[in-house]
Design a protein around this ligand. Sequence first.
Ligand code: NAD
Length: 489
Amino acid sequence: MTILSHAFAPLAESLQRAVFIDGRFQPSDGAPLPVTDKATGEVLGHAAIATSVDIDRAVTGAASAQRDWYRTPATERAAILRRGGEILTREAARFKDVLVREGGATGPKAEGEIAASVIEFYQAAELATTPLGEVIPSGQRGRVNLVERRPVGVVGLITAWNAPVHIAMRVLAPAIALGNAVVLKPAPETPFTGGLMLAEVLAEAGVPGGVVQVLPGGPAGPALVEHSQVDMIHFTGSEETGRRINVAAAPLLKRVALELGGNNATIVLADADVDLAARCGAASSFGHQGQVCIATGRHIVLADVAEQYVAKLSEHAAALTIGDPFVSDVDLGPMVSTRQVDKALGMLHTSVAQGARLVEGGTADGVFLRPTVVDRVHPGMPLHDEEVFAPIAPVTVVDSVDDAVAIVNGTRFGLSTSVFGRDLDTAWTVADRIRTGMVHVNDGTALHESQVPFGGTAASGLGDDLGGRSNIDLLTERRWTSLQRRSAS
Ligand code: NAD
């Protein structure tokens, strides 16, 4: 463990107690929103809780700015997005410091997230000039049918705290590339990296005032869902909030896309490379303290290799260092709150009372929860049935591939699955039977590439996937425009 020693540059005064509307940081009459270092509890600064007046001004301003922005030449939009990528690259060290502290990220996790967000800028720049439509042959003489892909309009973007920069940028960048305006409501835990600091980058890059607005605090979430000038809600967060948003948006006939939680499984087949499976399983269960939607929440292991797998997984868990990632170079940092620690430990204790066996970890010191391995976990136990969102690896041993598939498909979630097996033919056949939005053969569940569609099925999400060309489906609407030539022969 290396001790890190550098000072923390205080957050700019302009970001404090401010909302970002029409290209300017503006003081809000809303109550201050304290933002803490997740490892120490120290208050790093205050965002503002946007008021209903702020929210209405932001939405109205976005609706007006979007009309001009859509008419801005696509090459100009692309150039602004490329500049955004350059500025975020330049600011990476500053972003990393804040992300480590307000987000509870380790240094490598923060660096990876910022790098992924830079890629979102560059990919969005390419999206701005990608073909957006079709010409469809007509049944009428002299008619030309154009199917245009036009921006949805104003996108209300509501995000989670666990990867605040990337969760915002994966939608924000393609949305504005395609001519939308965005009103971003970052999670209350991470309003600086998840919103206000991004606004600085976007303003410097040349995004015109009003095209991106930032409204920290809780009330902006439901208010955006209800606002008549918000054309679409893109939400990343919990299943429970996703359901609530879907219910609120339904009577308004508002377009909604939801990226929700998962209870992702790794299947370890009898012929698996157990070293590889345990290494990837540990990385996917413990990375960012398990607070990742695509984390492995269930390890479904064929009996032939179960003992070996549990031993290796436990070795990985025991070797991981944990502590304040701003002070030392640790493998795991803090959980987002002691409430989350208590919730995870509650699920652990209930499962153990129901017959599960604690193999490694299982203790916490404040917000620091030791990476934990539990076996003899079965359907019906909370560690099996619900998203854990903590560094806990529950293992379920099965006697057959059919049992493994039945258990994996037997939840309401459908985000990511992985399958380990040396015989690719068999592993692929198993993967083929799994009903999740993403399946990885011989790697962990926690994979992401911005050019590849990302999204879940069932209770893990609703609406089009994110990423690459599927962003066009997600963030535009088709319009049929027909042109008639009267002189057609
Ligand atoms: P959360 O649902 O508590 O909050 C998410 C956001 O919704 C926050 O900004 C919050 O202020 C806002 N919100 C809360 N109530 C609202 C309402 N009624 N209307 C509108 N907005 C409201 O989720 P969280 O704890 O911040 O995030 C963790 C969850 O997010 C986990 O379940 C995780 O799996 C999921 N997640 C999913 C993905 C994905 O891509 N599928 C990515 C990251 C996180």
